[in-house]
Structure formats: C-alpha cells, structure tokens
Write a protein that binds this ligand. Structure first.
Ligand code: SF4
Ligand code: MG
Length: 337
C-alpha cells in the first residue's frame, strides 16, 4: 500500500441564507507517494473546497465536512483534534495558493518565515534553521539568498514571491503539497519555471502533490494522474494519457475539446460546453451533467451513474454510456487525436 492519501466519500456543505450548498458530494480518490495528481474542472466544481477540506481549512461555519474519510499517514484527518491538525499543517501537509500574499506575512522577513516552521516543527536551532532557509532559497532559484533572506515579501517580484512561498511550504519537507492554481497569476515564462521547480522538488524530496487547476496545459506538463470533477463529484479519473487521449466521459470530451491544440488548424473553432452546472442547493438526483449532455438518456435524469472501470484499473468513469445496454457513442473528432 503506497498511498499517501486516501479520500473516501467526502461530503462538504456550506450553509447559506438560501439553504445548504452541497459543494462536495461523495468525492473519492487516492494520491500515491511521490505522485502528482491534478484535480480539474470548472470553477465551482468543488476542487478548491476538496483541497481545503484536506487541510481542514474550511471556514466552519458556514462550511462543514458532513461525512467521509481522509486517510493520511494512518490517521483520518476528519477525526483529528484541531491542535494535532495544526502540527500536520505546514509540517506534513503544506499548501500554496494562487496569490502568495494570502499566505506570506508582510511584516516578517522571508527568511524568518522559512525559519519559523523549522524551529517550531523540526526543533531546529536558529543557526541551523538559517542554514536550511538559505538552502531552500537556493533550491527554489532565488538569486543571492544571503541578502534576500533579510528582505520582506513586498521587496520580491511576483514570481519571486511565488518561489518564496514554495520555499516556506517545502522547508519542512512535507509529505503532501497542495497547490491551488499556483501559477495562474504569473506570466508564461515564470509559470514554466515554477512548474519545473515543483517537478524537481517532487523528485528530490519525494513529495506527493495535489495540483488544483483549470489549466489543462499545466496538467499535461506536470501531472501523473487526473481527477475530473463536476458539480461536486468526481466524474472521471485516469492517468494523464488516459484522460488526454482516451477520455470516456462526455464532460471530459468537452473539456479536452475546448483545449487549444497545436496540431489542429488555428481557425478550427473550439468546442465550448454549452450551459451551466447545476445549482448545488438542490442538485439533480441523476447525472449532474445530464442538462448539458448531448447523449443524455432517460436513465441519466433518474439515477446517478456508478463508477465503472474502463480500459485499465487506473481509468474510472461515472457515466451511463459505460452500461452494457447503452448505445455506442464515439467521442467527437476533436478529442481523439
Ligand atoms: Fe451524459 Fe448520461 Fe453520461 Fe451523464 S450519464 S454524462 S447525461 S450520457
Ligand atoms: Mg478555486
């Protein structure tokens, strides 16, 4: 068993004036040691809520983990006391965000912020922590760390701040790094550098990574496996190969079809997925994609499709088209390369 993380049937809701929003509705997935798993889907699909739940960072209230299990390092994180959770955060599980300023402390030097975790979680002395902080700044590619270590976040450029945040997140060599849109705010060159850096660190430190993103180009670059979410549910999972070259769910076809492809003519119109996701205040009882799906059948409105293994044990789909009695439907031409 080399799973670093096992999420089982996770349900997360938010109380609002209009009622209960069921943001995450029975999410199940695994992350292996040293593996990068991308969670993809439109905004509001529950990918960020899922990742925040893993860290128990859902504001409570109005949020609540209603049920399910999050197994990490032999513990179910939904059951761990808050004071133990504090130890796990930053030490065993670290998180980086789209906007580094939300996690960097503007009143503390970058060096102090790296050292803080080391002193608190790794029982390092000050000198040892400073050495390690310098090493981390070097590792994430920040030039002249000896002077940078004394600077404040506002003295760093956007890309450098992102690197600093990664240095802080990785200083304690976490077993799991959760990166929520880590490069969205950066320009393309720096974005590529940061992703390469994350790949490097994954190899050097054997960190498992959960990458939350809507950028499929990024997924293709760094992920090993992909979890596709829709309306609070996982609707397809597979290796990058499987999801990009042999997607089986009509929603994934739409996602892949809307991705710009280098091998197709420029004028070729992209396939947008028409319509909007269901209201999670009262989610449909059948397939959540039914209202937008060209292939929807009667059963799709009435019953939720079960998880079906296709092609290999890594590739799983929730769609009635996989049922033996369903009509044969081919993915659209722009999806199959
Ligand atoms: Fe479409 Fe039915 Fe499959 Fe849902 S279950 S994606 S509605 S075919
Ligand atoms: Mg988000």
């Amino acid at each position: 068993q080399n799973n670093m993380l096992e999420v089982r049937d996770l349900h997360v809701s938010f109380q609002t004036y209009n009622g209960e929003v069921q943001a995450v509705r029975g999410v199940t997935f695994d992350v292996k040691k040293g593996e990068t798993v991308a969670i993809v889907g439109e905004s509001g699909c529950g990918k960020s809520v899922t990742s925040q739940s893993l860290m128990r960072l859902i504001p409570q209230p109005p949020g609540q983990i209603k049920s399910g299990e999050i197994w990490f390092d032999g513990k179910d994180l939904t059951q761990v006391a808050e004071k133990d959770m504090e130890k796990i955060r930053g030490k065993d599980i670290a998180m980086i965000f789209q906007d580094p300023m939300t996690s960097l402390n503007p009143t503390m030097t970058v060096g102090k912020q790296i050292m803080e975790g080391l002193i608190k979680h790794q029982n390092m002395g000050k000198d040892q922590a400073r050495e390690r902080a310098l090493e981390m700044l070097r590792l994430v590619g920040i030039p002249s760390p000896e002077s940078r270590i004394h600077q404040y976040p506002h003295q760093f450029s956007g890309g450098m701040r992102q690197r600093a945040m990664i240095a802080i997140a990785l200083a304690c060599a976490p077993k799991l790094l959760i990166a929520d849109e880590p490069t969205t705010a950066l320009d393309v060159t720096i974005q590529a550098q940061i992703l390469e850096l994350m790949n490097d660190l994954k190899e050097k430190l054997e960190t498992s990574i959960i990458l939350i993103t809507h950028d499929l180009g990024v997924v293709a670059d760094v992920a090993d496996r992909v979890v596709v979410m829709y309306a609070g549910k996982v609707i397809e999972t597979g290796t990058v190969e499987e999801i990009f070259y042999r997607p089986r769910h009509p929603y994934t076809w739409g996602l892949m079809g809307s991705m710009p492809r280098l091998d197709l003519e420029q004028e070729k119109e992209l396939t947008p997925i028409l319509g909007t996701p269901p209201d999670l205040l009262s989610p449909p009882k059948g397939c959540p994609f039914a209202a937008r799906c060209k292939h929807a059948m009667k059963v799709c409105q009435q019953e939720m499709p079960e998880t079906t293994e296709v092609d290999s044990e890594t590739h799983k789909v929730n769609c009635w088209l996989e049922h033996p009695m369903a009509p044969a439907v081919e993915p659209p031409a722009e999806v199959v390369g």
